[in-house]
Design a protein around this ligand. Structure first.
Ligand SMILES: [Zn+2]
Length: 153
């Protein structure tokens, strides 16, 4: 029974993490779809073992549960992505560009992800910038570069 609680939390977590984006909707749709499949499979199992007359008792709980998972998930997936204060943000990584407005408008890249204004305007450009940022975050930091006596070869 506890499994239902964990399952709901898992679906809601996915919906919340991907909120206002396609992954969040996918997580919610997949979560509901899996419940529908589970419900159908359970009926088949009941038929096989000959207790299908008791299935409605289970469904009295199952259907409200599905509605609850769906409604709360829908609420979470539509929650706004909170933006830090500022009037201009990079559309790719949401970095606050308020103080760099003039430079950015002239075509300078975002210091966080390297996307220019025109790159950040298209979906493909934003994806590219996010990939670049992700790859950059995986590079290990240089250990104490200021303390090195000789440049490394
Ligand atoms: Zn950026």
């Amino acid at each position: 029974m506890l499994l239902f609680v964990f399952y709901a939390i898992l679906v809601w977590y996915g919906a919340f993490q991907g909120r206002r984006r396609v992954p969040g909707l996918c997580a919610l749709a997949l979560g509901i779809f899996a419940l529908i499949v589970f419900n159908a499979v359970h009926f088949r199992v009941a038929q096989h073992f000959g207790y299908e007359q008791y299935v409605p008792i289970f469904r009295v709980l199952m259907y409200p549960y599905m509605v609850m998972v769906g409604l709360v998930g829908l609420f979470l997936v539509t929650l706004p992505i909170e933006l830090p204060r500022g009037e201009l943000h990079c559309k790719a990584c949401r970095y606050d560009l308020t103080d760099l407005k003039a430079e950015f408008k002239e075509g300078a890249p975002c210091p966080e992800c390297g996307a220019t204004e025109e790159e950040a305007a298209t979906r493909a450009g934003r994806r590219l910038a996010r990939k670049r940022l992700h790859a950059q975050n995986k590079i290990k930091p240089d250990p104490l570069p200021g303390l090195r006596l000789r440049p490394e070869r």
